[in-house]
Design a protein around this ligand. Structure first.
Ligand SMILES: [Zn+2]
Length: 705
């Protein structure tokens, strides 16, 4: 397992620190160093590559016993790009040339630079990849490549890009392929185009959704394909070392928030699921303290990127090292205990490489004074001591980690990029959609129900899922509907919210009788106004009551059969309908985003009840001596169960309870405290309990013995 730190973003840190820093990094327990190789820096003169600083650093790292991960940063381009290739600028949605500048966190080089759809720009970019790969493929301590950092390409574009001739040509070709020519496009879009040049991208919300959704989808596909070209270029030179890429967050979280000076659309930097299909691995950055994410939010993101990676490598490519730097804003420090929880949560979901950002505090722009694991926020000492201890545990039990695999969950959350595009069209951002997904995810992990994030184009996982939650899945296409219908008929539980499948892929609204659930005799009555922003109501099911808060509107259901769980007037607000061997659970409003904003046990209990009702039974449970969250994630290694227990509250003891034949251990050993606890029987002979005192790390890593 590679546990490392980001070190060099030229020209910082300056050379005078290198030797001592690398020694300290190794001494602190890290085994890997990440270096940013900036195109704009190494090819400051066209055609002349200067790698002297990297040669020295990589050699020093080797002497110190450190592997290196090279981040090939082609999106920070040389200053000469437009001089050498006139007219290579991106054009924004108003057809203005985008003026490139050096980037907030890069001291030299420009962004966004030339459009990579321009063949001359791509040729130069490709030369850079070939030069870096050729120079270092045989370095004895090269571990692997991070071929696209946070999937950036449009930073500081100050508008929506790109509308240059090359990109428009590509957009129209992509549509032609998708729909089988202009006639096909006209049929699908219900238009009367006579020439391709009239087919333009949509660039604003609140205008016809059809071309806006198409352009968003195109930008995702375009980023996926650009990533593939980067991968193939490096792979052709270096077929040996793994090549991964990573977003600034799981791609699902790219929802149109306004940052990095541009208009962004959802997934404009590609889709992790598609990228994982050709890469050796995918990853994501995580800055939980900077982003004010709590432990549950972080756990949801880990499950999401794990789901996208599938069987490929999973890298936590940038994990927050120290207190964030963001101008003069207040930022909370990073304590050792929470940082180790992030690290071990990563291990629990199967990460094989974890790189912290970064070793030293930054020295330029708004990030100055921030992020260093060894930085000056007052907690470097405890962080470094914790890393040293973790290194010891990882080394001592190396065999366990070599074969460790996380358990694959039986509960799914449906992620629909098309629905995310539609939300952008309505609101110019799609946070509502993202928060709905995060809300359901957080409610599940707080109930200790691990989940799979299931992307709409990758439904292979569906077969083994007992429940599929579909928060705000407003857009569905026929192909997906067929799979969902088969899933329910075959025994699955589908949980849908208001207006599920109410739009087609072209963004056209469907009347209730034309939605796929109508095939099951389930129909929505229509949108009903609620008096306030939210609506409080109660579900009664399984002889229990659940207090819930919905939002936006209610769309009551009309159904001849099934159970009613809640009413809205005389109509059904929530209920369950049995279909074939499975069932559909109807929720006629939106529950995820209200929960995301304000935690309530109603939704948590409801989701747990639905899972249990659908045959989901978790054989292990963690109970603490106090109120508060205890999170348990499991996997297996060498045929043995491994449990990671995170105590996110002030508990002193935690009891692990197991049920069933397969979990009848004699004892569990905690690898953190090195203590073994024997079982005691409880209630019936199949139930066992193991009681642990919580060490100061506030976590346990348990393996059966
Ligand atoms: Zn372009």
């Amino acid at each position: 397992m590679q546990i490392g730190v980001q070190y060099y973003r030229p020209p910082f840190p300056n050379e005078r620190y290198w030797k001592e820093d690398l020694k300290s990094i190794r001494a602190a327990g890290f085994n890997t160093l990440q270096l940013w190789v900036l195109w704009g820096w190494v090819e400051a003169h066209p055609g002349r590559f200067d790698f002297a600083d990297y040669d020295r650093l990589i050699e020093l790292a080797n002497e110190t016993g450190l592997k290196v991960v090279l981040s090939a940063i082609a999106e920070v381009q040389p200053l000469w790009i437009h001089r050498e290739i006139p007219g290579s600028e991106m054009l924004n949605h108003l057809v203005h040339k985008v003026v490139s500048t050096n980037r907030t966190e890069c001291h030299f080089g420009i962004t966004p630079g030339g459009c990579f759809d321009n063949p001359a720009v791509w040729e130069r970019m490709q030369n850079f990849f070939r030069a870096v790969a050729g120079r270092y493929k045989d370095a004895p301590n090269l571990y692997g490549w991070d071929a696209w950092n946070e999937l950036r390409w449009n930073v500081h574009a100050q508008g929506l890009v790109c509308f240059c001739g090359h990109t428009l040509k590509y957009f129209r070709e992509w549509l032609g392929k998708k729909y089988g020519g202009l006639d096909g496009l006209n049929r699908a879009w219900q238009r009367r185009y006579v020439r391709w040049e009239d087919v333009s991208p949509g660039w604003a919300a609140n205008r016809p959704f059809t071309e806006a959704m198409a352009f968003q989808h195109f930008l995702t596909a375009r980023a996926n394909e650009h990533g593939r070209k980067r991968y193939e270029t490096i792979k052709a030179i270096d077929p040996v070392h793994p090549i991964t890429m990573h977003g600034g967050a799981p791609s699902m979280c790219y929802c149109g928030q306004d940052f990095e000076d541009r208009i962004i659309t959802p997934l404009d930097r590609g889709n992790d699921w598609d990228m994982a299909s050709y890469l050796d691995g995918v990853g994501c950055s995580s800055f939980p303290k900077w982003g004010r994410q709590d432990w549950a939010d972080f756990a949801v993101r880990m499950e999401t990127i794990r789901s996208a990676a599938g069987k490929k490598r999973l890298w936590l490519s940038e994990l927050q090292g120290g207190r964030a730097g963001q101008g003069f804003s207040q930022q909370r420090p990073v304590r050792a205990v929470e940082q180790q929880h992030w690290l071990w949560n990563g291990i629990a979901v199967g990460a094989e490489t974890i790189l912290f950002w970064c070793w030293k505090d930054e020295v330029f722009t708004t990030e100055a004074g921030g992020f260093g694991v060894s930085g000056f926020d007052g907690y470097a000492e405890e962080r470094l001591a914790a890393f040293k201890a973790t290194e010891g545990i990882l080394k001592k039990h190396k065999k366990i980690w070599d074969t460790y695999r996380p358990e694959r969950p039986e509960i799914g959350i449906f992620f629909s990029p098309q629905s995310e595009y539609l939300h952008w069209c309505n609101n110019k951002r799609s946070e509502t959609y993202l928060n709905a997904l995060l809300g359901y995810g957080k409610a599940l992990v707080r109930k200790n129900i691990p989940f799979e994030m299931v992307e709409e184009e990758h439904l292979e996982e569906l077969k083994r899922l007992k429940v599929l939650f579909m928060p705000r899945a407003l857009v569905t296409d026929e192909k997906t509907e067929k799979k969902l219908t088969d899933y329910v008929s075959g025994g699955g539980t589908l949980v849908v919210e208001s207006e599920c499948g109410a739009f087609d892929s072209c963004g056209i609204y469907r009347y209730p009788e034309n939605r796929f659930l109508n095939k099951f005799g389930i129909r929505e009555a229509g949108r009903r106004t609620i008096d306030k922003e939210t609506i409080k109501f109660q579900i009664v099911a399984d002889k229990r009551r659940f207090d819930l808060t919905g939002s936006q509107w209610v769309t009551p259901w009309l159904s001849d059969s099934g159970q009613t769980w809640a009413r809205y007037g005389k109509e059904i607000l929530a209920g369950e309908v049995a279909i074939g061997k499975g069932r559909v659970i109807l929720l006629g409003t939106y529950l995820g985003e209200t929960y995301f904003k304000k935690r309530g046990c109603g939704l948590e209990d409801l989701l747990k009840m639905i899972c249990a009702r659908s045959g989901f039974c978790r054989g292990v449970e963690a109970v603490s001596d106090r109120q508060g969250d205890v999170y348990i994630r499991e996997g297996a290694s060498g045929g043995k169960c491994v449990f990671f227990v995170f105590c996110e509250s002030g508990c002193k003891t935690v009891t692990i309870k197991t049920t069933g034949e397969s979990l009848r251990f004699q004892a569990l050993k905690d690898l953190i405290s090195d203590k073994t606890v024997k079982r005691v029987r409880i209630k019936n002979k199949n139930d066992l309990a193991f009681k642990f005192n919580i060490p100061r790390e506030k976590m346990l890593v348990l393996i059966e013995v």
